[in-house]
Design a protein around this ligand. Sequence first.
Ligand code: GDP
Ligand code: MG
Length: 181
Amino acid sequence: MSISRRRTLLKVVILGDSGVGKTSLMNQYVHNKFSQQYKATIGADFVTKEIQMEDRLVTLQIWDTAGQERFQSLGVAFYRGADCCVLVYDVNVLKSFDTLDNWHDEFLKQANPVDPSSFPFILLGNKVDIDGGNSRVVSEKKAKEWCLSRGNIPYFETSAKEAYNVDAAFLCVAKTALANE
Ligand code: GDP
Ligand code: MG
């Protein structure tokens, strides 16, 4: 008897304002590392992580920006063929929440998926560890309302620093992207 082991490659892009923790979330997920230092991402266009999901070996190919998000000029290769878009904001910075609409719309415009209304997005509210939550300016309720208004996007509150909810969020990314295949 042979066991079927299907391999699946999923392209994931991470978008959101500069400084919200996109690179940190990716590093925490892929390398289990966190750095307090702020450095613009350099080097590879993407990193990969393999996860076993039932009978499938899924390779998540995660594309991070290299600081160009400040100018909203990411180039078509960044968006092309994406299977899931992870939007990130900082729960302590209102502006990073207010710009989510722009990132969402920019993604759909650039990636131009076949069915925009069912394309899988995930929203992460990051840095919930800061000041024990006392400096947050965007409530979970407000974030969930935005998600609902945008077609019921799954929402996770995360801390890249404390590795809180990071694995759960990316597992959801993989599941949602697979379901949309
Ligand atoms: P990016 O510009 O979106 O890629 O953001 P970075 O990942 O470079 O993070 C910006 C800064 O925020 C860095 O100094 C990180 O160490 C810090 N940072 C990222 N995530 C968290 C978090 O969950 N909690 C805290 N306290 N700091 C974070
Ligand atoms: Mg970065």
